[in-house]
Design a protein around this ligand. Sequence first.
Ligand SMILES: [Fe+2]
Length: 381
Amino acid sequence: MNLVGNWNYPTPVRFGAGRIAEIADACATAGITKPLLVTDRGLASMEITTKTLELLDEAGLGRAIFAEVDPNPSDKNVEAGLEVYRAGGFDGVVAFGGGSGLDLAKTLAFMARQTRPLWDFEDIGDWWTRADPAGIDPIVAVPTTAGTGSEVGRAGIITNSETHEKKIIFHPKMLPAVVICDPELTVGMPKSITAGTGLDAFAHCVEAFCSPHYHPMSQGIALEGMRLVKEYLPRAYADGTDLEARAHMMSAAAMGATAFQKGLGAIHALSHPIGAVHHTHHGTTNAVCMPAVLQFNREPCEGILGRAAAYLGIEGGFDGFCAFVGGFNASLGIPMTLTELGVQNPDLDSLTRSALNDPSTGGNPVEMTFENTRKLFEALL
Ligand SMILES: [Fe+2]
């Protein structure tokens, strides 16, 4: 397979099967001499993780790991991680895993030597300028799923354990210094996670594409990202060892996150509070929300998604696109409703308030109000 490349946009990416072998060199390039590998509990004992630790150890970089990371990582995980990081005298992180592991790792590197508390750096206005850039340690990111795209992002999503709200911590220096995209690391992903994470990438592309902000570069990336998901997610889902499909999905994930600098929208605005309160899988929740959100955004998106449909080889313009999404979800085992997803007795008023506070809300092409957003939640049950 010749899907190999060295990319410098939006950050240096070493792409290709087997390139995890370059992990020690990637640390050296990032200026890391004593890395802490940060991942989630589930991955900690898996072979891809222990092999990566061995590679680091063989290169004299030690084999330190922190894996006390919840599926929706919280401020408590950050606190525990910082204690380990600071006590161990580490000088950078290897962010290893899916969205949870990557986001927590990036947040640890960001907080490494800050003196202010975490929530002072929430992504509001120019709060990121409160951070001391010299107190941020370098990050080497290694995704093991294909969805979040956090490996090429400048933020981490952390749940406030008191308010159960997902908050974005943002700083330009949270962009990993080096990324290793090795599709072999994703072959062990179970079907449901392959589908959920892949559809997260798809939601990033669709929402970025529809967001009204001006960013034509994102527009192009989002469109091709959608095509890769449409062509290759069914193959990766059907056969997890299809390395070509896994590789294209890994690209689509990085493309989705690159594109959503343009903005996200109602899918993520709804999905974040549902995940924070009901602990549902992020990408799967997005997939459940997408059909209703497409209808919600019909008026401003009819033309633009009609053009996307034409590029994707989908007949019937906007309606064809919506029909495609419904069938795609069904073919990938995605529940039709939030109830089916496992959301029990939701407090719709509270979820609506959180959705309206979510930073993604501002990127939705239709203005979200309390009334129309609550109705949207109702339609999804
Ligand atoms: Fe997402």
